[in-house]
Design a protein around this ligand. Sequence first.
Ligand SMILES: Cc1ncc(COP(=O)(O)O)c(C=O)c1O
Length: 429
Amino acid sequence: MTAVQASALVSGPGYVEATRNGSAGFDVEGVRRQFPILAEAPYAKPLVYLDSAATSQKPHAVIDAISGFYAKDNANVHRGVHYLSERATEAYEGARAKAQGFLNAAHTQEIVFTRGTTESINLVAQTYAKTHLGVDDEVLITAMEHHSNIVPWQMICTERGARLRVAPIDDAGELLLDELDALVGPRTKLVAVTHVSNVLGTINPIRRIVDIAHARGARVLVDGAQAAPHLNVDVAALGCDFYALSGHKMYGPTGIGVLYGRRELLEEMPPYQGGGDMIASVSFESTVYNKVPYKFEAGTPDLAGAVGLGAAIDFLDGLRHEALAAHEHDVLAYGIEALSEVPGLQLIGTARAKAGVISFLVDGVHPHDIGTILDREGIAVRTGHHCAQPLMSRLGVAATVRASLGCYNTRQDIDALVAGLNAVRETFR
Ligand SMILES: Cc1ncc(COP(=O)(O)O)c(C=O)c1O
């Protein structure tokens, strides 16, 4: 476990103490001022935004970078010789270098821009898995995956005659590592696992999973959608083969994401889509593909999106990771403790290592009713299956309420949520 993962631990004897200690050294009010949307007042109530796992809000720096790109730099990239095209190319490739630094990838060629985590996973399924899966081979996922890390594997397994296997979790929402270990066999070609669960908040022990998989010759893809905003992601330290993330969950724009892939794997993989920019030369008889990562970036990319993602990475870097992790840990621990005291409330997901997410149920009240009543109080939470229906089945619930945190959340937001839940209980008494 890395130092950052350890700092995200919220259960066990340490967590009450952490609650009392607060999060000195993190100027959350200063951070909040950078997010214009936090001044909005739904139903004339102060906005309490607790839905960052669905999408985070955007700081001025990201909004300005996007409008600045369109106002000053906009042109198509790579093929132009003119001034603006060179500026746009520099901005786009600059964002790639920022993503490389953010993930601690060895080369910029290992950073493929995609539309987001979903597209990154589909890319690996339709290229790497398509060429490596044979009849009766296996892809191993876990019981806590988002549909994005289930359906692409189901599709490719069906196509190739391969099998999808599922590593189980315990009732707290932790992976059963021994069982996962036993499921990685000679037929396992790929293990695809989420770094942080979007429903449970569980932080998975990726390095250990990578060691298990690599020892049996399987590759590992990590779904980092919920980890990138909270953890210090280091693909070199994790040792994974692929890492997928979405810009919009880490304070960047929608429509842009990253697939990190080891260079030697990306080089051997066939392209994902055909079109402009992914080629070196084309004739009617045949095509020579471009080098990586361009081989995987057919067509005009989301240039402004990449620039916005670069600005989001700068924003996150500027928060200083240790201080941000301590702050988020404090609010999460405070939230878990405060919600545990709400009568009739059941926490869903009590893993020892958690980040960013608190899911719960309230006795006798449907999650959608809770979400609707909280909304009228200006509190934005998400209710439903959170794109994880198999996990809901495993937990024996149809839906949960999910409060999810970002860098701008405070203990006061948790207090508002608790007050809102008390109002819910009054309504349903
Ligand atoms: C764990 C996880 N994986 C994948 C995704 C899909 O991300 P996107 O819709 O940005 O592609 C999400 C989105 O909620 C997620 O939480």
